[in-house]
Design a protein around this ligand. Structure first.
Ligand code: MN
Length: 228
């Protein structure tokens, strides 16, 4: 017997490679973590500490499913990113201990209504509706760190159809995975089920219905979706 006054909702999840499901609690995202992307967004990559925004847990879209083109935008952009899956709670985690808190890694897309984000930046308003819309996080299987280790380098590449649109290396991140966890856990207590999207390299661009997006990160995995 439940006294919830509306039906309790299912726990969002991401499949884990090798079996099981990772329940999603929160989704944190790092802004401007590759210098070439910071520049293409009109920022100076040298002077900014990492900053964070969030997306709802139920924005995850399991790889292979179609992504509906969202309402209220005419400029839907892809951002291919390494995603961390937090397995062990902690606050004020040191960079030296950060990797102990990671269950595994996935390849994800931080889909963005770029026109709404540009308008929000100009007016100093929140990014939520530019970033946190339904199905805005297509994501592939989580690869446990117990199997793949902790990748600090490796090709990160996005194709639209057959055309390579983003191609970089994880080693090009301005803030490393341990540094991201140190900064983020100084702001909030990280909990099992949290996902952290670690920023995108340069080359972001618009997609339209019918486009097929496929992203991969060497040593981690892949993600695929078609814009419907
Ligand atoms: Mn992003």
């Amino acid at each position: 017997m439940s006294d919830f006054v509306v039906s309790p909702f299912p726990t969002p999840f991401v499949p884990v490679g090798g079996g099981g499901r990772f329940p999603v609690r929160r989704i944190f995202c790092v802004g401007r973590n590759y210098a070439d992307h910071a520049r293409e967004m009109g920022s100076d990559p040298e002077r900014e500490p990492p900053f964070f925004f969030t997306k709802p847990a139920d924005a995850v879209l399991i790889s292979g499913a179609a992504m509906p083109y969202p309402s209220q935008t005419a400029n839907l952009h892809f951002e291919l990113e390494l995603v961390l899956a937090i397995g062990t709670a902690g606050s004020a985690i040191s960079a030296g201990n950060a990797l102990d808190h990671i269950f595994g890694y996935a390849v994800g897309l931080d889909m963005t209504r770029r026109d709404l984000q540009d308008a929000a930046k100009k007016t100093g308003r929140p990014w939520d509706m530019a970033k946190g819309f339904d199905a805005s996080v297509p994501i592939g299987e989580i690869a446990p760190a117990s199997r793949i280790g902790h990748p600090a380098s490796g090709l990160i590449e996005l194709r639209v159809g057959e055309a390579v649109r983003q191609s970089s290396d994880l080693s090009m991140m301005i803030w490393s995975v341990p540094e991201i966890i140190a900064h983020l856990s100084a702001l909030v207590r990280l909990e099992p089920g949290d996902l952290v999207m670690t920023g995108t390299p340069g080359g972001v661009g618009a997609v339209t219905p019918g486009d097929r997006l496929s992203g991969r990160i060497e040593g981690v995995g892949s993600v695929e979706t078609t814009i419907a």
